[in-house]
Design a protein around this ligand. Structure first.
Ligand SMILES: [Zn+2]
Length: 339
């Protein structure tokens, strides 16, 4: 048996696809807050809608070539908020990848910026877009903004997609959002959550990103919540993320088995059930957790999304990969020059 449903990346930032190769920051970041300020908050400010389009399209293409057919995206582009979610949705639709969009609301740019972020979530959902209400993180939001986001999500019967306790800087988050959370919320990271945090929703574990940001190991197996896996913007190779999740789990606990990390990956199908009907044919036929945990480089031969073959013989059937790569490189050059 060499087929699976389409894989799901339960937390991504498609706007970060062009970050690779960006010029170094003014100084080497010394902690998580510094990484946000020196890297991501400079990058997101420099985005325009054209750069965002090519970033999302490249990210979508890179997802599909790894058998990932559904992405739950979290977006921020403070200089071009209005319409940004539709740009991401359009880029993904052209490649054929399913996407769930949300705009990361924050008070970092004052209450007016937060309001525009809320309006972008509302506009997108009202237009029938598939999405959630995004919030950057409690530590960059006022209580009023957190409450407005929760209310908006409830009005549209979707969840809130929010980073929680990724670094120690956000340790106060549970106390501030506990009364607002619901089962349909996505709680991203949870590295510094206590076991009895009392938050409802799915905790999305991003093991490689947590290592990259040196924030610590989330030890997701200690939580009662459903656990899913995301990449936090470092591509969308979910078999690779599953392997990293297992390696970290095993490093922490010698009795850990890959079935548990596989369950985390499979939880993506609860969050994005449409992907269950997608079909990925792999170049390897022992697709159980123990084999995959120790077999690197397993690749799709064919990817079918909603009865349409979108990837075959190493090529997208929808878009010209050479062109996407060339245009993305031009957009990356423009972005890096702004930094
Ligand atoms: Zn994230």
């Amino acid at each position: 048996m060499n087929t699976t449903p389409g894989l799901v990346c339960s937390h991504h930032h498609l706007y970060s696809s062009l970050a690779r190769g960006m010029p170094p920051p003014p100084h080497t970041p010394i902690d998580f807050a510094d990484i946000l300020e020196m890297i991501w908050w400079r990058l997101d400010q420099a985005l325009d809608l054209d750069i965002l389009y090519w970033s999302a399209k490249l990210g979508a293409l890179e997802a599909i070539r790894q058998g990932t057919t559904a992405i739950i995206d979290h977006h921020e582009s403070p200089t071009v908020i209005d319409g940004s979610l539709s740009v991401i949705a359009e880029a993904c639709a052209e490649v054929g990848v399913r996407v769930n969009c949300s705009y990361g609301v924050t008070d970092r740019h004052g209450p007016e910026g937060a309001k525009r972020g809320l309006l972008e979530n509302e506009r997108f959902l009202k237009d029938g877009g598939k999405g959630m209400v995004g919030v950057h993180a409690a530590f960059t939001c006022s209580d009023e903004t957190l409450e407005s986001a929760a209310q908006l999500a409830s009005d549209f019967q979707v969840g809130v997609h929010i980073h929680v306790a990724e670094g120690k800087v956000d340790a106060e988050a549970p106390a501030r959002i506990r009364h607002l959370t619901d089962e349909n919320w996505l709680i991203i990271h949870g590295v510094h959550l206590e076991e009895d945090h009392g938050l409802q929703g799915t905790i999305v574990h991003n093991p490689r990103s947590n290592m990259n940001n040196s924030v610590g190991y989330a030890r997701p197996s200690r939580f009662q919540n459903r656990i899913a896996l995301g990449t936090d913007g470092i591509g969308a190779d979910m078999l690779e993320e599953f392997r990293v999740a297992y390696a970290r789990h095993r490093e922490d606990e010698v009795t850990a088995t890959p079935d548990i990390s596989w369950d985390w990956l499979a939880a993506g199908w609860d969050l994005f059930p449409e992907a269950i009907d997608d079909k990925v044919t792999w170049d390897y036929d022992q697709l159980d957790a123990w084999h995959l945990a120790y077999t690197s480089g397993v690749r799709p031969l064919e990817v079918e999304i909603g009865d349409e073959v979108v990837w075959k013989d190493g090529l997208s059937t929808r878009v010209d990969e050479d062109e996407v790569r060339a245009k993305s490189a031009e957009a990356a050059k423009k972005l890096h020059e702004r930094l």
